[in-house]
Design a protein around this ligand. Structure first.
Ligand SMILES: Nc1ncnc2c1ncn2[C@@H]1O[C@H](COP(=O)(O)OP(=O)(O)OP(=O)(O)O)[C@@H](O)[C@H]1O
Length: 233
């Protein structure tokens, strides 16, 4: 997936949300996109996944093969009074082609960490979960779909660091089959994946591209001002 000399302006907007961007998603890797609010991260994801509408675009886009991707946004649907067991059946029913999924069925079919989390929330209503648990439930369930290309918008927001570590461990184990594009505002996420690729967006332009390890090594230096600012969040 790739953007080549890609620019985009939203309808009725004079300024460019993306300005001559060249960006390539590295396959079977974690690709982080970081940058301040309004720098163009969501626009970049929409462009790559062929979701831009109405605005004016220039340049070339190579989208996901067969438009086959999973995008978990930061906005959670209101599932209200539905029990987690039902939500699991709903989401995983399609993955495992079984509408009667129970915890016994999931044994050996999902990762141990995921199973242990599901056991913990199984009988609870979605409304009764904490904000972090709601998010983990969604991430853990949707990640089972095994789509080749997965976009996660701020997956670590509201989740404690122990659970974030587990989530990234799970993601890293999936890299043989899957490619991840992850928007984050938390520098600690990058420290968890030194092999990742990090792209820094600012005012619609990619201003820096480096490997996760280089990011970590230079995080506190002032030689790359955007990284330094980011580390200060
Ligand atoms: N629907 C829209 N109409 C007009 N302008 C928009 C629209 N959506 C975004 N923009 C503008 O485009 C620019 C890039 O926005 P974008 O949502 O891509 O930023 P972002 O990096 O994802 O921000 P955040 O970190 O706040 O989520 C911003 O200046 C924003 O105001």
């Amino acid at each position: 997936m790739e953007l080549k000399d890609y620019s985009y302006a939203y309808q009725h907007e004079a300024s460019l949300a993306l300005n001559q961007v060249n960006y390539k998603v590295r396959e079977n890797a974690v690709n982080f996109v970081i940058g301040p609010n309004g720098s163009g991260k969501s626009t970049l994801i929409d462009a790559l996944t062929l979701n831009t509408r109405l605005g004016k675009a220039a340049g070339r886009v190579v989208g996901p093969t067969n438009n086959n991707y999973l995008y978990i946004t930061q906005y959670l649907p209101l599932l209200g009074t539905v029990r987690c067991s039902e939500i699991t059946r709903f989401i995983l029913g399609n993955v495992f082609l079984n509408s009667h999924i129970d915890l016994g069925f999931l044994e050996n079919r999902v990762d141990e960490r995921v199973l242990s989390f599901l056991k913990h929330v199984w009988h609870k209503k979605y409304n009764d979960l904490s904000g972090g648990e709601e998010k983990l439930l969604q991430l853990y369930l949707f990640l089972q779909s095994q789509k080749e290309f997965v976009v996660l918008d701020e997956p670590s927001a509201y989740i404690d660091r122990r659970n974030v570590k587990q989530l990234f461990d799970l993601i890293e184990e999936r890299l043989k089959q899957q490619t991840f594009l992850i928007v984050t505002h938390d520098v600690r996420d990058i420290r968890l994946v030194p092999d990742s690729f990090v792209s820094v967006l600012n005012q619609g332009k990619i201003v820096s591209e480096l490997r996760g390890q280089d990011f970590i090594d230079r995080e506190f230096s002032q030689e790359l001002p955007f990284i330094y600012d980011f580390s200060e969040y």
